[in-house]
Structures are given as structure tokens and as C-alpha cells.
Ligand binder design. Structure first.
Ligand code: ZN
Length: 410
């Protein structure tokens, strides 16, 4: 057997012991201890943890890096939406491409090699952002697989003309359809319309859902009902769902069972949820971060993602998913080792499952996508924000991020 590259002494995630990884033709060709040398270039991983790469399921590239143009004084959801509505009027394809590529490059350098990005389409911005990101998807395919999820951030049914723009984006190749039902007066009707579009174009669904702290009205019941009715289980995700963080245990457990049974996955977005939630409290501010690890324990597939970067929805961000999962674990008081290791799954395998990437994972025959982390175990990765040292996409090196070095006096 011949290889293009051999990685030795790799602690491959979810596999006992250390192994060597032989790569050929952009795919994993052999994974076992003691692969014979073939003259191919070799790299010694020194027992470091090797993961297939981080997977971002929910990020807004089109409205990233807007801080210089928007006010962010109150830090509320209403302010954020209003400010971005204003900024969007000046969007051009070149402008969106330039900001989105900046953000995407940061994500790649932080070990992300799969991404679903949510793109706003409506009668005012039209397909400007969508077309810019379509080009970005092509231009960066050497480093990352990008899915475009089009959605109506300013409402669908209450925004005349929006339906037609959504349909046009789907005809032009949008990979996923999304919604923000809380933006229409009749949220259930928006949910119904999005399911119709998904069926017509045979695409997955990804909603912004149940943002807020009042669990009296939950749209997730309707989403689960529709997933059952249409057979779309396993193809539906909901993001934020901060209302679950405000539910007592019995109600939370019932919602978890409903989601697990319907095959509806959940993405928690800690940076935005922490920044926007509880703005009316002047003390004991509720944190609004749904405990995804508790949903996982009840069979719900979950991911943790970045959402917004450097805009009025979240004026922070470095596109590092290992930092995000550490933030999540800290805020939601994850303690048990099993929960800590499970946290890493919520930025890797669980996220890949959410976006339905069947060929994700370090296994013979899969595309040779991997990232080497500067740690030995999954728990260490989460606790220490272990940095990615380098990554491969289909066997080709995409980034290097050497570990810091001390210069001790002699
Ligand atoms: Zn979002």
C-alpha cells in the first residue's frame, strides 16, 4: 500500500490507544498501529488528540464584522435587529464577501472545516448576501464545506414579497431552508410554510426558535408536530431555544422527550444568548443558555455554535469552537467527566450529524479531514481550550497554528 502522508502516534478521538493514519488520494486509506514506512512524508503527532475537525452549524457570515457601522448601546435583540436592518441597506456583494471571508478564514484557522451559515434574504437585500456567499463557498472549498441556509430574519408572511425571494434562493441552490417564526404574528403559519418549501426542494430545515425566557408559549411543539407529520425527522434543527433554560425539570424533560422522539436537533448559541438575555434585569441576570448536555442525555442531538461575530447581536467572537464549548461548559456548570467529553461531541460528531454529513469522521474511505489538537484527551480539549495545531482537508494541509514557545534563560 502506498500513501501520500502518514501521521503517527495519533490519539484518534473515540478510539482506544494510539494509531497511525495513512492518507492516499485525499482519503483515509489505513488506520492502525505500526503502519510500515513507504517513503511518504510522515508527521509524529506525539500522542495528541486528532479530531475530524470542528463543525459550525449556525453562524451568520453575511452580517459579521459590522461593529464599526452599527450602534450597540443597549444590547437588546430589538436594537440588534433594527441596527442590522439599517446596515443591510448598504450591503453589496463585494462588501458581504469581504466581511464573510474575513470571518470564514478565522474559523478555518481555528480548526473548523464544516459549516452551515444562515443567510438573510428578503425583498430589500434580495439575493445580494446569498450570491456573495455562494461565491465564497466555491472559493474556500479547499478548506471548508459550506452549507447555505436561507432564512427571513425580518419575517416571512408579514413581509410581502419575501416568499418569492426565498423560493428564488432555493431555485438558485440554497442547501437548507430556515425560519424565524417569532418575527411573524402567526408563528405556526410560518413554520408550516417553511416545511412546504423544504418538501418542495427536498432540503433540511433549520429554525431560529423559542428565543426568550417565557416558556408559556413554545413553538417547538409545533415544529415537532410538523416533523412527525411530514416525515422530516432527522432533517430539522432549531437554534437558541433559550426558553428551555427557563423551564422546571419536569417540563424540560417532557420537551426533551418530544424533541428526541421527533428527531428534532438543537443548537445552543452561548455567546449570543448570554449577551442578549435578561437585559431588563438589574441583578441576578438570567443567563438564558439552554443546558444542551441534559438534552443529549435524553437522546436529543445537540450542537454548540458561534452564531454572531462582531455585530450588535454579539460584539465578541474569534470563531473558535473550542473556546465556545469551554464557555458553554463553564456557564452551564458541566461537572461530570462524561458530560465534559460529550461537550466535545457537540462541536464535532453531533454537529456533523445535525447537518447530515454522512462521510464525517476518521474512518477508512472517508475524506481525510482532520485537526490535531494540543492535548491528549477530550476532557482536556474542553477544559483547557486546547488549540488546533494544524488541519487537513481531503488530505491537504489547510492551516498551521504552532504552539507558543517559552524562551527560558539558560
Ligand atoms: Zn442565528
Amino acid at each position: 500500500m502506498t500513501f501520500d502522508l502518514i501521521l503517527r502516534n495519533a490519539a484518534i478521538v473515540d478510539r482506544e490507544g494510539r494509531a497511525d493514519i495513512g492518507i492516499s488520494g485525499g482519503k483515509f486509506a489505513a488506520i492502525e498501529a505500526g503502519l510500515p514506512a513507504t517513503g511518504a512524508p510522515e508527521h509524529d503527532c506525539g500522542g495528541r488528540l486528532v479530531v475530524p475537525g470542528f463543525v459550525e452549524t449556525h453562524i451568520h457570515l453575511d452580517k459579521s464584522c459590522l461593529l464599526g457601522r452599527c450602534n450597540c448601546e443597549k444590547g437588546t435583540l430589538d436594537e440588534a435587529i433594527a441596527e442590522v436592518v439599517k446596515a443591510k441597506r448598504a450591503f453589496t456583494e463585494e462588501d458581504v464577501y469581504q466581511r464573510a471571508s474575513q470571518t470564514l478564514e478565522k474559523a478555518i484557522k481555528n480548526g473548523t472545516n464544516q459549516m452551515r451559515t444562515h443567510v438573510e434574504v428578503d425583498p430589500r437585500v434580495g439575493l445580494t448576501s446569498f450570491r456573495a456567499l455562494k461565491q465564497l463557498k466555491l472559493d474556500y472549498s479547499w478548506a471548508i464545506d459550506l452549507q447555505l441556509c436561507v432564512f427571513p430574519q425580518e419575517g416571512l408572511l408579514d413581509d410581502p414579497g419575501c416568499d418569492a425571494v426565498m423560493l428564488q434562493a432555493l431555485r438558485e441552490g440554497a442547501d437548507v431552508v430556515g425560519g424565524a417564526p417569532y418575527m411573524d404574528k402567526d408563528s405556526h403559519s410560518q413554520i408550516g410554510r417553511i416545511f412546504e418549501m423544504a418538501k418542495e426542494f427536498d432540503v433540511d430545515i433549520d429554525f431560529h426558535l423559542d428565543f426568550g425566557l417565557d416558556p408559556a408559549h413554545l413553538d417547538l411543539d409545533e415544529v415537532c408536530r410538523m416533523a412527525d407529520a411530514t416525515g422530516w425527522g432527522g432533517r430539522v434543527a432549531i437554534g437558541h431555544v433559550t426558553k428551555l433554560s427557563a423551564m422546571p425539570k419536569a417540563a424540560f424533560d417532557a420537551a426533551a422527550k418530544r424533541l428526541a422522539d421527533a428527531g428534532v436537533a438543537v443548537t445552543v448559541l452561548p455567546a449570543t444568548d448570554l449577551f442578549l438575555t435578561g437585559r431588563d434585569a438589574d441583578h441576578n441576570v438570567p443567563r438564558g443558555v439552554t443546558p444542551a448536555h441534559k438534552l443529549r442525555a435524553q437522546g436529543v442531538n445537540c450542537s454548540i455554535s458561534t452564531n454572531n461575530v462582531l455585530n450588535p447581536f454579539t460584539p465578541f467572537g474569534d470563531c473558535s469552537l473550542i473556546r465556545m464549548i469551554n464557555l458553554y461548559a463553564n456557564v452551564t456548570q458541566v461537572a461530570a467527566t462524561a458530560d465534559l467529553t460529550g461537550c466535545l461531541d457537540m462541536v464535532t460528531s453531533g454537529s456533523a450529524k445535525l447537518i447530515n454529513r454522512a462521510d464525517y469522521g476518521i474512518a477508512v474511505g472517508h475524506p481525510a479531514d482532520l485537526v490535531v489538537l494540543d492535548c491528549a484527551t477530550k476532557a482536556q480539549a474542553v477544559c483547557e481550550i486546547a488549540q488546533p495545531l494544524f488541519g487537513l482537508k481531503r488530505g491537504v494541509r489547510t492551516f498551521d497554528k504552532p504552539a507558543a514557545m517559552l524562551h527560558k534563560p539558560n
